[in-house]
Design a protein around this ligand. Structure first.
Ligand SMILES: Nc1ncnc2c1ncn2[C@@H]1O[C@H](COP(=O)(O)OP(=O)(O)O)[C@@H](O)[C@H]1O
Ligand SMILES: [Mg+2]
Length: 295
């Protein structure tokens, strides 16, 4: 549905994107993760044909993002993180306008979404808060018949209840066979929704794959309680961050060392053993550990 190859974008001397390769397959929710300033919006602007790439290629539906933008836009819906609307139109008028531009007319879906997002469509856009402007854009996008949804930090300004509604919309889109590119710096959001993620940092993709694939690179959190105290656990290969908590011991283990570590601790008589998978947050933080100095 979407592919960038060696996508590079320079603003003067500044390289905002440096050889970005991402791919969104049909029916997939792809999470595009990175801190502020990493290059998410720039990538998306190139994909939308708003910015011209300096080098490399951006394709949607096999067509060129810059040259074939008009064709492509008939089949995509876009929600930015900071929505600007016509101040003198009402939210309802803006929704109708967007939906009409995309050539679809889903009155019932529109009504349902306005209700779900608890939006008053009769108010002028100039009176809307940031969150309400986001809602207008989200209702427009999800009542359109698009094949690909490009969502650039779409929930900034939404409260947690509305974020949940947003997640339902994305899941419904996926169920209907649609594809989604969802950029975010909220890792928990992406963790819940995405089939695969790409992590971008300073204009470069540093990791890409399914959440399970990425977790292989990470550590498991373990909490154990044993009959005899465990000796010298911190000296085992792959064990990190050992902490004593009352009668139990908590630490992290590199995924590939689990087997060895569990075998070792079992000699001390396991009374309790809890394990939790790493969150995307853990994974993300580890990517920054090595580079804090230059951050
Ligand atoms: N039009 C522009 N001119 C110069 N620099 C820009 C422009 N747009 C973005 N940048 C820079 O490119 C980098 C990536 O920005 P952006 O893609 O907006 O990041 P993100 O969306 O991941 O927060 C930032 O350092 C930003 O300041
Ligand atoms: Mg951005």
């Amino acid at each position: 549905m979407l592919r960038t190859s060696n996508l590079t974008k320079r603003f003067g001397n500044f390289t905002a994107l440096d050889g970005v390769n991402i791919e969104v397959n049909e029916g997939e929710i792809f999470g595009f993760i990175g801190p502020n300033g990493a290059g998410k919006s720039t990538t998306i602007r190139v994909l939308l044909g708003i910015l011209k790439a300096t080098e490399g290629e951006a394709k949607i539906f096999g067509k060129d993002a810059w040259n074939d933008a008009v064709e492509i836009h008939k089949r995509i819906a876009y929600v930015p993180g900071d929505v600007n609307l016509w101040p003198n139109l009402t939210g309802g008028e803006v929704i109708d306008l967007f939906v009409k531009l995309r050539g679809t007319n889903h009155k019932s879906r529109r009504e349902e979404l306005i209700q779900k997002f608890d939006l008053d469509p009769a108010k002028k856009c100039r009176t809307y808060s940031k969150g309400n402007r986001q809602k207008v854009a989200l209702v427009s996008a999800f009542s359109s018949e698009a094949d690909l949804y490009i969502l650039d930090e779409p929930t900034s300004g939404l409260d947690p209840l509305m974020e949940k509604i947003f997640q339902e919309c994305v899941i419904d889109a996926k169920k209907a066979g649609k594809s989604v590119l969802l950029s975010s710096h909220i890792l928990s959001e992406v963790e819940k929704l995405c089939d695969r993620v790409g992590i971008i940092r300073e204009g470069k993709i540093i990791e890409t794959g399914s959440l399970n694939e990425l977790r292989h690179l990470t550590r498991l959190n373990l909490v154990v309680e044993t009959k005899q105290p465990i000796a010298a656990i911190q000296e085992l290969k792959g064990v990190h961050d050992v902490e004593h908590k009352g009668h139990s011991l908590s630490f992290q283990v590199d995924s590939e060392e689990i087997d060895e570590v569990v075998r070792y601790i079992s000699q001390f008589g396991i009374v309790k053993l809890e394990s939790t998978p790493p969150t995307l947050e853990d994974l993300f933080m580890r990517h920054y550990e090595g580079s804090r100095g230059d951050a």
